[in-house]
Design a protein around this ligand. Structure first.
Ligand SMILES: *Cc1c(COP(=O)(O)O)cnc(C)c1O
Length: 385
C-alpha cells in the first residue's frame, strides 16, 4: 500500500501580527490621552495571552506583544507560562490561576509571577521560596464580589498578615477581577470598585508598601477610566474585538481570520436533502460546495443551516449540519470551482464576517469561539506588505 501523502491543509487561520501591534498602539494612545486628561500616570499594559493567546498561538503572539512593549504578559496556568518562556519571551509573566503542588517548581524554574489567591497558596509559595533561598515576587488577588478566586475583600485582616510577614515573599501588586464589566446596567461593577479601593486601604494599613494595583479587563478599561489604576489587563481588545455589547471608536482590527478552499462542487435536485439528518432540503435545483472545515476545527456545530461564509465576495449560507471535518454551502448562481477561497472569519472583497457576528448567531461569546479554534488548524503569521 502506498503511503498517504498529506497535502497542505486547506483550512488555515491567518494571524496578522501588524494588526495586533496596531491594536496595542490604539490602546496605548487611549491610555495616554486619558491619563493626560486626568493628570494620572499612564497605566502599563498586562497583555492577556491565556488559552494559547485566545487561539491565536501563544508563542508568536506573545513575542509580538513583547516586542510592542507591553509591560507584562498574563496566562492561566504554569504550563502556559512555560510555553511562553520556551518561546524565548523574557518579559515578566503573571499566572492568573490557582496553583497546585506540582506547579511550584515551574514557577521558579521559568521565572513566573504567581498569583496568591488563597492562604494555602501563600504558605506553599513562601515555603517553596524559602527552601530555594530566594525571595519570590507575586501578585495577590482580592475577591471583591466575583466569588471565584481570591482572598475575600472583607477578610483581609485575617488572611493578608501571614503573606506580608513571609520574608521569602514580595507582594508586587494587588489585583481584582470584575464579574460584570460588560453589563452596563450592573450595579456590581461599582460595588466591586468600592470594595477594591477599601481593600487597598486595609492592605496599606497592614503594612503593604506596594502601590501597584490592577483590575481592568477589556470591558472595564473601555467603560471606566477610574479602574485603570497602575496597569490594565486587556485580552479580547488586543485581538481586535470589542466585548459585546460595548462599542468603541478605537481603531482596532481583528488579528485573526479563518480561510479555507472549496474542495467539491455538486448539483442537487429539487427536494433532495444534504448532509447528516438531511436538515437542509433543496427548494429547486441548487449548487452546493463542500468546504473542508468542521466542528473538529472549531467551526461550531450550531452554525448548521444558520451560519454564513464569504465566497467570491458574497455572503453565502452554510446549509445542513456542520460535520466533523467539513461543511456545505449553497453557491447557487455563483460561478465557483474547487480551489476557490472561502472566508469563515475575516474579510473578502467588501464583505466581512467578524467573530462577534458569529457568536451572536449561535448565542455564545467571542472569547469561546476564538479559543476553541482547533489545534489541527495551521496558524500562519503574516506581516502586511
Ligand atoms: C481573561 C482575563 C482578562 C482579560 O479579559 P478580556 O475580557 O479578554 O479582556 C483579564 N483578567 C483576568 C484575571 C482574566 O482572567
Amino acid at each position: 500500500m502506498a503511503a498517504a501523502t498529506t497535502d497542505v491543509r486547506h483550512t488555515v487561520a491567518r494571524v496578522d501580527l501588524d494588526a495586533l501591534r496596531g491594536n496595542v498602539r490604539a490602546l496605548r494612545s487611549l491610555l495616554e490621552e486619558g491619563a493626560l486628561a486626568s493628570g494620572r500616570p499612564v497605566p502599563a499594559i498586562i497583555a492577556v495571552v491565556k488559552a494559547n493567546a485566545y487561539g491565536h498561538g501563544a508563542a508568536s503572539v506573545g513575542s509580538a506583544l513583547e516586542a510592542s512593549g507591553v509591560a507584562m504578559l498574563a496566562c492561566a496556568d504554569v504550563d502556559e507560562g512555560v510555553v511562553l518562556r520556551e518561546a524565548g519571551i523574557a518579559a515578566p509573566i503573571l499566572v492568573f490561576g490557582a496553583l497546585g503542588i506540582s506547579d511550584l517548581d515551574g514557577i521558579f524554574s521559568h521565572r513566573l509571577t504567581p498569583t496568591i489567591s488563597s492562604p494555602w497558596a501563600g504558605r506553599a509559595l513562601a515555603d517553596a521560596a524559602a527552601a530555594r533561598g530566594t525571595v519570590l515576587g507575586c501578585h495577590v488577588k482580592i475577591d471583591t464580589g466575583m466569588n471565584r478566586l481570591g482572598l475575600r475583600h472583607d477578610n483581609l485582616r485575617r488572611t493578608l498578615p501571614a503573606i506580608l510577614a513571609a520574608p521569602s515573599l514580595r507582594v508586587d501588586a494587588l489585583y481584582t477581577h470584575f464579574a460584570t464589566a460588560d453589563e452596563p446596567e450592573s450595579e456590581l461593577f461599582g460595588l466591586q470598585q468600592q470594595q477594591f479601593v477599601a481593600a487597598r486601604e486595609v492592605a496599606a494599613d497592614l503594612g503593604l508598601r506596594t502601590t501597584h494595583v490592577h483590575a481592568a479587563n477589556s470591558a472595564a478599561l473601555l467603560r471606566d477610566e477610574r479602574v485603570w489604576f497602575d496597569a490594565v489587563r486587556p485580552g479580547l481588545l488586543l485581538y481586535g474585538i470589542v466585548p459585546p455589547p460595548l462599542m468603541t471608536t478605537l481603531q482596532l482590527e481583528p488579528a485573526l481570520s479563518l480561510h479555507s478552499r472549496i474542495v467539491a462542487v455538486k448539483g442537487v435536485r429539487d427536494g433532495e436533502g444534504a448532509g447528516y439528518g438531511q436538515v437542509f432540503r433543496a427548494a429547486g435545483p441548487r449548487t452546493l460546495a463542500v468546504v473542508p472545515a468542521g466542528y473538529a476545527d472549531g467551526v461550531d456545530w450550531r452554525l448548521g443551516n444558520r451560519g454564513v461564509v464569504l465566497v467570491r465576495g458574497r455572503r453565502v449560507p452554510i446549509v445542513g449540519r456542520v460535520s466533523m471535518d467539513m461543511l456545505s454551502i449553497d453557491v447557487t448562481g455563483l460561478d465557483v470551482s474547487p480551489g476557490d477561497e472561502v472566508v469563515l472569519l475575516g474579510r473578502q472583497g467588501d464583505q466581512r464576517i467578524d467573530v462577534r457576528e458569529v457568536a451572536a448567531t449561535i448565542g455564545t461569546i467571542p472569547w469561546e469561539l476564538l479559543c476553541r479554534l482547533g489545534a489541527r488548524i495551521q496558524r500562519e503569521y503574516c506581516h502586511r506588505p
